[in-house]
Design a protein around this ligand. Structure first.
Ligand SMILES: *Cc1c(COP(=O)(O)O)cnc(C)c1O
Length: 364
């Protein structure tokens, strides 16, 4: 069996054709038709009015925070179990991340914990959908409404998931996605902000583009950035959007097959989805009751790349202070037991059988 990576992109659609068009017509910067076409395609997919493409998911989060006026003195509630980007971007604005524990079943931000962490300084809540599992948006929206706080959705790991019948990315005041090489669709590096408010979309576009006045060139209205996606990247993104439904179907089939093969193994806990969630399979994930790290190592020896769950943010020295000295029992529980298994549309049934077989063998 060849080495099986955790993730890899599928570039078998119109990617080459569209990139060649850019090279041929020489539109390779962020100017060019593919950027707008990709933005439109993605906002339609997520049922949103406005989209602004960005250099990556991290800069998209930075733009989202700044568009809502987040800055020094503000507190932003964010889950303790997450990829680090949202936390870093909160700190970059000068605001303070306030870590909150996750739900045991959704693995994402707990509404109860959010409510406990709200203070007079709270300015926004960042919800992170984890490994394809959407957060419990109804409960989170209720808390947000009660305290009049905007939600920023970090949907970098959940393109196409649904919570209570609504697609991820359609909930946040601003919602952010990443199109890194291992995500559900990719532009190599890339990201996007979505919103229904024109004023926010305009602000995001301004901040992503040198703060330059669209009415009067070289007149600058904000201390800003250049966070623009290129036409070459958007060309890949548009080709990926043409295939997103089939990618999601294939990923769902992979999840079902994994679950079928791994169910009933003592010591392995399969993901269980909370009631109103329709997750997508970004990375198929299970919990291992004992010696997760040993399993990771043994699988790697067998040519299978896996990934342990994220380290709880409060556990890292850099971020300790943001935990307020509290314990985060659910994030810690999941973090020491969770493992992501190889997941990508090109993964074959035979490879999944091989992976499941190895897991059985090692667990024994
Ligand atoms: C991948 C990811 C990001 C960052 O995206 P980049 O495009 O790599 O900057 C942010 N948040 C989450 C939850 C992610 O998984």
């Amino acid at each position: 069996m060849n080495f099986i990576p955790l993730a890899k992109p599928v570039l078998k659609g119109n990617e080459k054709k569209y990139v060649s068009q850019c090279l041929k017509n020489e539109w390779i910067s962020s100017k060019g038709d593919f950027v707008r076409a990709f933005e439109e395609s993605f906002s339609r997919f997520c049922q949103r009015k406005y989209a602004v493409a960005a250099t990556n998911g991290t800069t998209a989060l930075h733009l989202a925070l700044l568009s809502l006026g987040v800055g020094p003195g503000d507190e932003i509630i964010v889950p303790d179990l997450t990829f680090i980007s949202p936390v870093n971007m909160i700190i970059q604005t000068g605001a303070r991340p306030v870590l909150a524990d996750v739900d045991p079943d959704s693995w994402t931000l707990s509404a109860e914990e959010v409510e406990r962490k709200v203070t007079s300084k709270t300015k926004a809540i960042i919800v992170v959908h984890l490994y394809g599992m959407p957060a419990k948006m109804k409960e989170l929206e209720r808390i947000a409404r009660k305290h009049r706080l905007p939600i920023i959705e970090d949907a970098a790991e959940a393109h196409g998931a649904y919570s209570h019948g609504r697609i991820t990315g359609s909930f946040g005041e601003v919602s952010c996605f990443s199109f890194f090489g291992n995500k559900i669709i990719t532009t190599g590096e890339g990201g996007i902000c979505l919103t229904n408010k024109k004023s926010l979309a305009d602000k995001i576009r301004l901040l992503a583009s040198h703060g330059m006045d669209p009415q009067k060139k070289y007149n600058h209205k904000a201390i800003a950035f250049n966070y623009r996606l290129t036409n070459l990247q958007a060309a890949i993104g548009l080709a990926q959007m043409e295939q997103i439904d089939s990618f999601l179907e294939k990923r769902q089939a992979i999840a079902s097959f994994y679950s079928e093969l791994l169910s009933g193994i003592k010591g392995i806990i399969l993901p269980f989805y909370h009631g109103e969630a329709k997750p997508v399979c970004w990375l198929y994930s299970v919990l291992v009751e004992k010696e997760r790290d040993f399993l990771v190592k043994e699988l790697l020896d067998a040519g299978i790349e896996t990934r342990p769950f994220f380290i709880p943010v409060h556990k890292m020295a850099l971020y300790q202070g943001y935990g307020g000295g509290e314990k985060f029992p659910r994030a810690e529980f999941l973090s020491t037991r969770g493992i992501n298994l190889p997941t990508y549309p090109g993964l074959t049934k035979n490879e999944i059988r091989y992976i499941a077989g190895k897991i059985k063998e090692i667990i024994k």
